[in-house]
Design a protein. Structure first.
Length: 94
């Protein structure tokens, strides 16, 4: 099981809270969260994030972006991740 800085309770669920911040983090053996938590970090091929929210607002997820594709390059979540990166399917990027 991958753990952020080897700490209990800081697994892929922890990474999911701020993937843009933690996906590049390594555990004690040097494995990155992106490698150990591919679904959380969006590394399972082309797929939309399950956690991204425009400005952190409930209901403003990748499904919301399907209706706002012209804004995919502009809209960001609280961490600064653009919709086109977090929601590539919804935004027509793949």
């Amino acid at each position: 099981t991958w753990l952020y800085k080897g700490k209990n309770g800081k697994s892929c669920d922890y990474v999911a809270k701020k993937p843009s911040k933690y996906c590049d983090s390594e555990d004690d053996d040097g494995t990155t969260a992106a490698e150990a938590c591919p679904l959380t970090c969006g590394n399972c091929g082309c797929q939309d994030s399950l956690t991204w929210l425009y400005k952190g607002k409930s209901g403003k997820d990748c499904d919301y972006m399907k209706k706002k594709t012209s804004k995919c390059s502009k809209y960001k979540d609280k961490d600064g991740t653009k919709a086109k990166h977090a929601c590539p399917i919804a935004c027509g990027e793949c």
